[in-house]
Design a protein around this ligand. Structure first.
Ligand SMILES: Nc1ncnc2c1ncn2[C@@H]1O[C@H](COP(=O)(O)OP(=O)(O)OP(=O)(O)O)[C@@H](O)[C@H]1O
Length: 659
C-alpha cells in the first residue's frame, strides 16, 4: 500500500484530541501515586502506610556489599519473622532508608534503588554507604517517582510542537490517522542471522523491513516475539540504520540486550546499573565510557588535579597559589569536556541504543535522532511513554500482544477515561492487518494448554511447535510418572467443601473468600489446596523452582507466601500475582482463582486478558484451583472450566485432605 492522504477512519484520534485528553490524566495518575506514597498528608500514620504497602517497618541490615560500578548493596530482612510484610515495593523503585522510629518528615540515611526482592529480604543499591544508624531497627519508604510524569508531560509538549519539526515530523501524522502508512512495493528479502526462524517469524520480519513508517508485530504468548525483534534489529543494522530499542520495563530491555550481545553489533545500554541485569553490565553506558580514550584522558587530568591540589595546600606564595588555581580551573573545564566527549563518542558510535521508554528522555540522547525506534512489550506501555522514544525517530516498529494485560494504572478515574489504552491497541484498531503480522508458532506450551487460549483469543491461529506440542512434566529429568505428573490440565474444584469438613484436626479455615485490610480478596482453604498440589509435584521429583502459583489477588499472594514459609520443600516455589508474572513461564503453573461466594461474583477475573496471561505461563502442566460454581457465573470463565473438564483431570479438593 502506498502513502497518501488518509480518509480518517472513525476510530482515529487526532493529535489535538490525544493531547487534551491525556494531559489531565497524567496529572491524575501522578496524584494517585503521591497519595499512595508515605509523604502525603493523608498518610501520617506509619502503620497505616505499612498496611498500604508504601513502607516496610522494622528491618535489620543483614549484609553490605560493594559492586555495580561503585554502588553499595545493602540487604534488609524483617525483625519480625521470615517473610516481609505485604508491600508494594518493586525492583527498580526509588526508596529512602530511615531509622524505624524517625518522624515521617525526618531526613533519610540514604536514598537508593531496589535491586533485588525476595519473600524474606529486600536489597537496595545506594550511591554512598549510610555512615551510621545501620545497626538499629530501620524502615524503607517508597518515594513517588515524579520524574516519570515530568518526562511524559514534556513529551506531550514536544509532541504538540513536533508536527512541523523534529525527527518524527513525518511519523506523527501516520500514527494519528492523518496519512496512510506505506510499505515498499515488494516484500524485502533477507538472509537470516538466526537460522531457526519459523515461517511466521520470517514473514513478519520481511514485512517489518518493508515498512516505511509503522509496523506492528503481534506476538501471542511464547511465539518468539523478542527473538523476532532481535532479528529485525540485526537486519536493520546491516542496512546501516541507527536504532533506538526500548521497552517499558528494564527486564524487557535487558532481554533484548542479552539476545543481541552474542552478535557483532555496537550496542549500548543506558540506565542506572542497579536496574540492569548483571549479565548486561558490560553493555552499560558507564562501562563503555570508561573504556574510551577520552575517559582515559579525563582520568589523567583528574590525577594531575589531585597533585596540584596537594601542591596548593603546601604553597604559601600568593602568586604561585593564584597560578595553581588558574591551572586547576582550566583542568577542571577540560576534564568535564573530556567526560562529555567520552559519552558522546559512545552514543555516536553505537548502532543500537537500548533503554526504557522513560530513559529515552535522558539528556545523553538530547541531540541524537534515529532511523528506527523499536518498542518491545508495546502493549504494556502507556501511549505517552511510547512517545518519549518515538519523537526521536522517523520510523517505528512496535511489538506486543494487546490480548495480554495492559499497563497498570493506579488512578481508577484515569483508567476509566482511557489512560490505559495503548498505542499498540489504538493502531491495531486503526490500521489492523495493513500494518500487522501475527506470529503463529508457539514454543512454550503443550498444545492442550495452548488450544484454549488460541481458540478464545487468537481465532485458532496458533500452532504448537513439535518440540513442545506434547511435552509433559513426567518427561523432565528426575521426575517420576504419577497421576500428578502425567496430566497436562488439572481442575481442582473447591465448590461445596469447607475445609473444616475434611481437615477438622488441622487449621480451621474455610473455602469462602475473605477481604484483607486493603480490600483485596483471599481464600485460605484454596491456598492450602494449591500448596498441597505443589507438594505432590515436588514429591514426584519436580523441582520447586519449576513450579509457580499465580493468583489475581495480592492478598492471596501474601497468604500463600506466609503458608509456604513453613514448608522447607517449597522454598524455591515462586508465588506471584498474574499481573506480576506476565512475560514469565514455569514448567508447572497452579492458578488459585480465589473467588468463592454465593452471589457468583468474579470481579476482575472476568478480564479475558488476565486469564489468558495466567493459563499461558505454563509449559507442561496447568492446574486450576477454583470454586467452579462461583466462577461459572461468568460465561467466559464457564467455557474455561468446561475446557479443563473435557480435556483434563477433574479432582475435588477433598482428594488433598491428608496433605
Ligand atoms: N524459531 C524458533 N525456533 C526455536 N525456538 C524459538 C524460536 N523462536 C523463539 N524460540 C524460543 O521460544 C522462547 C520464547 O521466545 P521469546 O523470548 O523470543 O518469546 P516472547 O514472545 O518474547 O515471549 P513472551 O511470550 O514471554 O512475550 C525462547 O526460549 C526462544 O528461544
Amino acid at each position: 500500500m502506498e502513502g497518501g492522504k488518509s480518509k480518517k477512519k472513525s476510530t482515529a484520534v487526532s493529535l489535538q484530541q490525544f493531547i487534551s485528553v491525556v494531559s489531565p490524566l497524567i496529572d491524575m495518575e501522578k496524584e494517585a501515586e503521591i497519595t499512595a506514597s508515605i509523604s502525603s498528608g493523608s498518610s501520617r500514620n506509619l502503620d497505616a502506610a505499612q498496611k498500604r504497602g508504601s513502607v516496610i517497618l522494622n528491618l535489620k541490615c543483614v549484609d553490605a556489599q560493594t559492586g555495580l560500578m561503585g554502588k553499595t548493596l545493602l540487604e534488609f530482612q524483617s525483625n519480625k519473622g521470615d517473610v516481609l510484610p505485604a508491600h508494594k515495593f518493586g525492583t527498580h523503585d526509588v526508596v529512602v532508608l530511615k531509622p524505624n522510629k524517625a518522624d515521617i518528615g525526618s531526613p533519610s540515611l540514604g536514598q537508593g534503588v531496589v535491586y533485588r526482592l525476595k519473600d524474606s529480604s529486600i536489597t537496595v543499591a545506594f550511591d554512598d554507604v549510610p555512615e551510621e544508624g545501620l545497626n538499629s531497627p530501620l524502615r524503607l519508604e517508597k518515594v513517588a517517582n515524579e520524574v516519570t510524569y515530568r518526562r511524559m508531560k514534556d513529551a506531550l509538549r514536544q509532541l504538540s510542537q513536533g508536527v512541523q519539526k523534529g525527527p518524527a515530523s513525518d511519523l506523527i501524522p501516520v500514527l494519528f490517522g492523518e496519512r496512510l502508512p506505506s510499505f515498499a512495493k515488494k516484500d524485502t528479502a533477507f538472509t537470516p542471522f538466526n537460522s531457526s526462524l519459523d515461517h511466521s517469524q520470517k514473514d513478519a520480519i520481511s514485512k517489518a523491513l518493508s515498512s516505511k513508517d509503522v509496523f506492528l508485530l503481534h506476538g501471542p504468548p511464547g511465539t518468539g516475539k523478542t527473538t523476532t525483534v532481535v532479528e529485525i534489529i540485526l537486519q536493520e543494522v546491516k542496512r546501516g540504520s541507527k536504532i533506538l530499542a526500548c521497552a517499558a520495563s528494564n527486564i524487557a530491555v535487558d532481554n533484548i540486550v542479552e539476545k543481541l550481545s552474542s552478535h557483532r553489533v555496537k550496542l549500548v545500554r543506558l540506565g542506572h546499573p542497579a536496574r540492569l541485569l548483571p549479565q548486561v553490565l558490560d553493555s552499560a553506558l558507564d562501562a563503555q565510557v570508561l573504556k574510551g580514550d577520552n575517559s582515559a584522558l579525563a582520568n589523567d587530568i583528574r590525577k594531575e588535579m589531585k597533585a596540584l591540589n596537594g601542591k596548593l595546600l603546601k604553597t604559601k606564595d600568593k602568586n604561585t597559589r593564584r597560578d595553581i588555581r588558574k591551572e586547576l580551573k582550566a583542568l577542571s573545564k577540560e576534564e568535564h569536556k573530556r567526560q562529555q566527549l567520552a559519552v558522546t563518542d559512545v552514543i555516536k558510535n553505537a548502532d543500537v541504543i537500548l533503554t526504557t521508554l522513560t530513559g529515552a528522555f535522558s539528556h545523553q540522547l538530547e541531540n541524537t535522532s534515529f532511523d528506527l525506534v523499536v518498542i518491545d512489550e508495546a502493549a504494556q506501555a502507556l501511549e505517552i511513554a511510547c512517545w518519549i522514544a518515538l519523537l526521536k525517530g522517523s520510523r517505528c516498529i512496535l511489538a506486543g500482544d494487546h490480548l495480554q494485560l495492559p499497563p497498570t494504572i493506579q488512578s481508577v478515574e484515569a483508567e476509566k477515561k482511557g489512560l490505559g489504552r495503548t498505542l499498540f491497541e489504538r493502531l491495531a484498531d486503526l490500521y489492523g492487518d495493513e500494518i500487522t503480522s501475527m506470529l503463529t508458532v508457539q514454543y512454550r506450551m503443550h498444545e492442550q494448554i495452548m488450544e484454549w487460549s488460541s481458540k478464545e483469543l487468537y481465532q485458532s491461529k496458533i500452532k504448537a511447535h513439535p518440540s513442545v506440542a506434547v511435552h509433559m512434566l513426567c518427561e523432565l529429568e528426575d521426575v517420576k510418572s504419577s497421576s500428578s505428573t502425567e496430566s497436562t490440565l488439572i481442575l481442582i474444584d473447591i465448590a461445596g467443601y469447607s475445609f473444616h469438613e475434611f481437615l477438622s484436626a488441622r487449621v480451621l479455615c474455610d473455602m469462602e473468600e475473605k477481604k484483607d485490610d486493603e480490600d483485596s480478596t483471599m481464600n485460605e482453604g484454596e491456598a492450602e489446596v494449591a500448596l498441597a498440589h505443589a507438594k505432590r509435584l515436588v514429591l514426584s521429583g519436580v523441582s520447586a523452582s519449576d513450579i509457580g502459583i499465580i493468583t489475581p489477588y495480592a492478598a492471596q499472594v501474601q497468604l500463600l507466601k506466609m503458608m509456604k514459609s513453613k514448608e522447607d520443600k517449597l522454598k524455591d516455589l515462586e508465588i506471584s500475582t498474574v499481573d506480576g508474572f506476565q512475560g514469565r513461564e514455569k514448567e508447572a503453573i497452579i492458578i488459585s482463582m480465589v473467588r468463592s461466594n454465593p452471589k457468583k461474583e468474579v470481579g476482575f477475573l472476568s478480564d479475558h486478558r488476565r486469564m489468558n496471561v495466567a493459563v499461558t505461563r505454563a509449559r507442561r502442566q496447568c492446574c486450576l484451583v477454583c470454586d467452579t460454581e462461583t466462577v461459572s457465573g461468568d460465561k467466559f470463565l464457564k467455557r474455561l472450566i468446561e475446557y479443563f473438564e473435557e480435556h483434563g483431570e477433574y479432582l475435588s479438593a477433598s482428594e488433598y485432605q491428608d496433605e
